[in-house]
Design a protein around this ligand. Sequence first.
Ligand code: SF4
Ligand code: SF4
Length: 437
Amino acid sequence: MNTGTFERGTHPPDNKEFTSGRAICDAKIPKRVIIPLSQHIGAPCEATVSIGDSVKKGQVVGMANAFVSAPVHATVSGKVVAIAPFPHTMGRDVLSVVIENNGKEEWVDNISEHQNYLSLDAETLKKLVKDAGIVGMGGATFPTHVKLSPPKEKNIDCVILNGAECEPYLTADHRVMLEQTEAVVEGLKILMKIVGVNKGYIGIEDNKPDAISAMNAAVGNDGSIQVYSLKVKYPQGAEKMLIKAVVNREVPAGGLPMDVGVVVQNIGTAVAIYDAVRYGRPLLQRVVSVTGRGINEPKNLMVRIGTPLSQLVEECGGFKYDSGKVIAGGPMMGMAQSTLDAPVIKGTSGLLVLTPEESEVSTHGPCIRCGRCIDACPMGLQPAMLSLLVEHGFYEDTKEYDLMNCFECGTCAYICPSKRPIVQWIKLAKMNLAQKK
Ligand code: SF4
Ligand code: SF4
């Protein structure tokens, strides 16, 4: 068996034991869903409904008017009761469509199934993916149809499914690989057909041997697909690291996977693609790992998009402690939440609840020039220098140190003995430079 990896990185405790053995169970369907019109990277959608309208499950409630965008759909049937800014897991209020659930689960009329989906041509398949509102479900939320539309001069020769799930605590992709095995493989075949390649890989960290076995069994004798075991190391699931580990290609600085002939998609995204193409279902739900030492009953829940985070906490037995920290996503790249009124969006892979001790904010010290962050940065950057420049307000100078090549994995901050908030500073510099531009 191959076991690939990349240079540098780190080994945070994976803490996956809270939910890795827990089968996915259906969360209660909420009485009211909040559907943000922006759940993806790119242009926000425009509402296609008005207050008082009746809507059916799967109906488009937000239309994408730009190429880099993705439509959003009603995830329950019922009545639109508000279109207004609501809290969002990204930390700001976002215009959202609120639907009061009538409990009837009425589907929109124009659902079309395709039994022989692999006989459809690539453009038809891509349109089905686009219309279903599918985005990268590993957290990046980049519209999938855009990633599947590389310029003609890019010579794509393989698709890699990302089953690394290297973020500590999260187990949503792990459970999907165990429980929706066939859908993962069929989703990969659809992806391969869309980009016109005959080679597909499924990369899985070797702390998930059951998922590796399950995927190998599902692939069977299909020589076009290879399951690839990856060493457990953070951030193994980052696109550039995954590509290096699986096909030994290096994405150039400032480049994209397509520059080295690769399309990378997440495990959950592959299942969403299969559902959209085979059954005509838009992206209405996803698996969320509700986990951590601060929640009473950790679970992997199948959740309707638009479900308030508070409902997930309630469904998992509530908080263990009066205080703590709640993070949407994992501890390395997730976003701390200031309110549980924000809803689950397409990119919400987890809800992590930390204990009061784990949530304590330690004051940072000066850089002691230990160089650990430089040794660990998977992009070969100089996080120490970036942090010093931002700390002293020299935002422009960060460009010389390849600020924009940082993908905010958090490795440097995790490893820093002085607890310097390196990633927050890097984000601040990026925001500052973007505003100036
Ligand atoms: S500088 Fe950026 S890419 Fe490098 S370790 Fe820090 S967060 Fe990750
Ligand atoms: S790990 Fe922290 S203290 Fe060490 S060089 Fe990097 S920023 Fe400085």
